[in-house]
Design a protein around this ligand. Structure first.
Ligand code: 3HC
Length: 290
């Protein structure tokens, strides 16, 4: 079904941890890279906590959780990704960081036809492809948070990508991970964020202008439109630093003021109010469990 069984994941933040988790739950051998021992430890704790939550919700057994954890190794050495068939980059949403990573992965990964994938939500796949000597094997695979729960992956080719790369990536995502794919062109935001980001930014501007409270904006969209969560809660879930980076990348691509991050969002990021992961964003999470 898929020739990709040894997976590498770069970054063990919200997205990287989720991607590593679903790959391990699919029975694959996973090596995850983080930049420091502290980040590696936090990343492994994130994967463990999510698997524990899955057990509590009845989605997997304790034995399946243990088996998945056994399949994940977190390392601080990128060179340990050398023997991987597929590497999914889920590092911070920063073009310079990602371009350097792709150049390094190109030097490190030994299998000639390994796939080099990126979970970027807003940066050009082409820029990452041309950082390597094998742009025909570089593809966008964009997951959604929480990765173990949400079924979608956006597949994004670049102009230099080989068609076989797309069929291998899609076979992996549908056949091994059991997720659904949609395809989008290599333009910032792809399909989902192109629609979602202007909506979330509008909600932040609505709050900033004093038009309505954070609670009422979220309740409005949950009870009035049956969304699973309101826009400000969703921004908090994504992480306000990540969300700002996505909006800025879209603004850089389209030069459209609708993508410009509002001052309130910028000030919150400067203050370290990053949403759920920091305990406070538009809402306070200090008292909440999972
Ligand atoms: N493993 C497996 N399943 C899990 C799980 C885990 N670790 N954690 C939760 N689940 C399952 C639960 O069992 C439940 O499944 P069920 O409906 O079959 O019983 C389902 O997930 C919902 O979980 P909970 O009941 O615990 O939680 P909520 O009902 O409060 O839902 C939520 C939480 C899933 C976050 C939901 O509010 C939601 O879907 N919100 C929208 C999230 C969203 O829009 N994400 C996209 C963000 S954009 C993005 O990621 C792109 C990026 O580029 C920014």
């Amino acid at each position: 079904m898929s020739d990709l069984s040894r997976v590498g994941v770069v970054g063990c933040g919200l997205m990287g941890a989720g991607i590593a988790e679903v790959c391990a739950r699919g029975g694959l051998d996973v090596v995850v890279h983080e930049v420091s021992p502290g980040a590696a430890e936090a990343g492994r704790a994130r994967i463990t906590a999510s698997l524990d939550r899955g057990v509590r919700r009845g989605k997997l057994s304790g034995a399946e959780r243990d088996a998945a954890l056994d399949l994940v190794r977190v390392t601080t050495h990128l060179t340990e990704l050398a023997d991987r068939d597929l590497v999914v980059e889920a590092a911070t949403e920063d073009e310079k960081v990602k371009v350097e990573l792709f150049a390094e992965l190109d030097r490190i990964v030994t299998r000639e036809d390994a796939l080099l994938a990126t979970n970027t939500s807003s940066l050009p796949i082409m820029k990452l492809g041309t950082a390597t000597t094998r742009p025909q094997q570089v593809i966008g695979v964009h997951f959604f948070n929480p990765v173990p729960v949400l079924e979608l992956v956006e597949i994004v080719p670049s102009l230099l990508m080989a068609p076989r790369t797309q069929s291998r990536a899609e076979g992996f995502i549908t056949g091994i991970l059991g997720k659904k794919v949609i395809r989008a062109q290599d333009r910032a935001g792809f399909v989902v964020n192109a629609l979602l980001v202007p909506y979330l930014l509008s909600a932040i501007r609505m709050l900033e202008s004093g038009h309505a409270s954070a609670g009422d904006i979220d309740t409005g969209m949950v009870l009035g439109c049956a969304h699973p969560m309101g826009p400000l809660s969703l921004a908090d879930l994504i992480g306000l630093d990540t969300f700002t980076a996505i909006a800025e990348a879209m603004y850089a691509d389209f030069k459209d003021p609708q993508h410009a991050p509002p001052p309130l969002l910028l000030r919150m990021v400067e203050a370290g109010l990053l949403g759920r992961k920091s305990g406070r964003g538009f809402h306070d999470y200090s008292e909440k469990g999972d």
